[in-house]
Structure formats: structure tokens, C-alpha cells
Design a protein around this ligand. Structure first.
Ligand SMILES: [Zn+2]
Length: 199
């Protein structure tokens, strides 16, 4: 499994804090455009299993096969849809909502009041595939309640979609990196305008 070095972060931003970090890392297992070795990290059920054991409490004795890999990728892309909405407000497709609801149901999340009497969602029990995915879903939902979720954004450039954590004061970050995607988008907009003017 590729370990991302924070120094490779395109915008040099820090990662989200734990446990939201795991969501960021998971959605970034598909890397479209930044020249890292391999665009899709989840190339086999074994790689997925390694990720879930390392970060999501999956029991090492659980078998992870092709159907789980397919589901995990579906869930990952549904999460990405939420993170794109966090960035530019685009609507989340119905299928993504259905996928997330299905995963939440299978994970059997429950509410618990923490030491500070604030409620959190957590996986009630288990260390199977559904529970492991559920830990990421719980981290995501809990971050909606502590207002950190809105800072987790997917880069809107279609060939990128890299997920970054926007630490700016006014949540104004749009691109994973101004140097990478921001400038390319600006260059593209410039070319489009030039083409339109030439017509
Ligand atoms: Zn980008």
C-alpha cells in the first residue's frame, strides 16, 4: 500500500486530523492526475484489506473478496460526491445517497454520549467489512457535527478530484493546489475564451 508522504501534498496543506484523516486517505486511494505511482491503489481485495486492517479495525482473519472491493469503491466514490459538494456545492447524485444509506445500515451505527455529553456515532460491535467501513462513515458523520467536515473538499477539476483539508480561516480553498490545478484551470479558461474570441 502506498504511504502518502505529506510533503507530496499538492497544496502543502496538512492532512485532516484523526479520525477524519482516514476518510481523506481512503478517498485519495484514487489519484487521477498527480503523477504518484499508480492511479488506483485499491487494485486488489488484498490491498483493500490491508487498508481496512491498518486504519479501520478490520479483523485480519476476515476475508475480503471482489464483491467487497467493488462495494468499497462505490462507497469511496459516494464519499467523494459529498466532498465535491463541500467544495462547489454541486448536487450529490441519488445513487451516492443510496450507497451511503446502504453502508450505514449494514454498519449498524449507534449513538453514544461521550465524556463531554456530546453524542457521537460509532460502530456498536464487530470487526467485519461492514463495521470497518462503518468506522469511516461514523468519522464522517461525526465531523458534520463538529463542523470540520465542510473543510474536507475534493478538488473540482474533473481530472483531479484529490481530497484536501482546507485549513484557511474562511474555508475559501478551492483547488488541491493553486500551482497544480488552479493554474491549469485558469489556463484552460483562458484558452476557451481565446477560442471563443477567435470564432
Ligand atoms: Zn486538483
Amino acid at each position: 500500500l502506498i504511504k502518502h508522504d505529506p510533503r507530496w501534498e499538492p497544496g502543502r496543506r496538512g492532512w485532516a486530523d484523526e479520525p477524519l484523516w482516514v476518510v481523506q486517505r481512503f478517498v485519495n486511494t484514487r489519484d487521477v492526475d498527480l503523477g504518484h505511482p499508480g492511479e488506483e491503489e485499491l487494485t486488489s481485495p488484498d490491498v483493500l484489506k490491508e487498508f481496512l486492517v491498518a486504519h479501520c479495525g478490520l479483523s485480519p482473519s476476515t476475508s475480503v473478496r471482489a464483491p467487497e472491493l467493488r462495494r468499497a469503491i462505490e462507497i469511496r466514490e459516494a464519499m467523494r460526491a459529498l466532498l465535491l459538494r463541500n467544495n462547489d456545492g454541486r448536487p450529490v447524485p441519488d445513487e451516492a445517497v443510496t450507497t451511503l444509506n446502504d453502508a450505514v445500515k449494514r454498519a449498524e451505527l449507534g449513538a453514544r454520549f461521550g465524556a463531554d455529553a456530546r453524542p457521537v456515532l460509532e460502530v456498536c460491535c464487530g470487526s467485519d467489512f461492514n463495521a470497518a467501513v462503518g468506522r469511516m462513515l461514523a468519522a464522517m458523520i461525526n465531523s458534520m457535527n463538529d463542523h470540520t467536515f465542510g473543510r474536507l473538499k475534493a478538488c473540482p477539476r474533473a481530472s483531479c478530484n484529490w481530497v484536501f483539508y482546507d485549513r484557511s480561516k474562511n474555508h475559501s480553498g478551492t483547488w488541491c493546489s493553486m500551482a497544480v490545478c488552479g493554474n491549469r484551470e485558469k489556463a484552460r479558461a483562458y484558452r476557451d475564451r481565446a477560442k471563443a474570441a477567435a470564432r
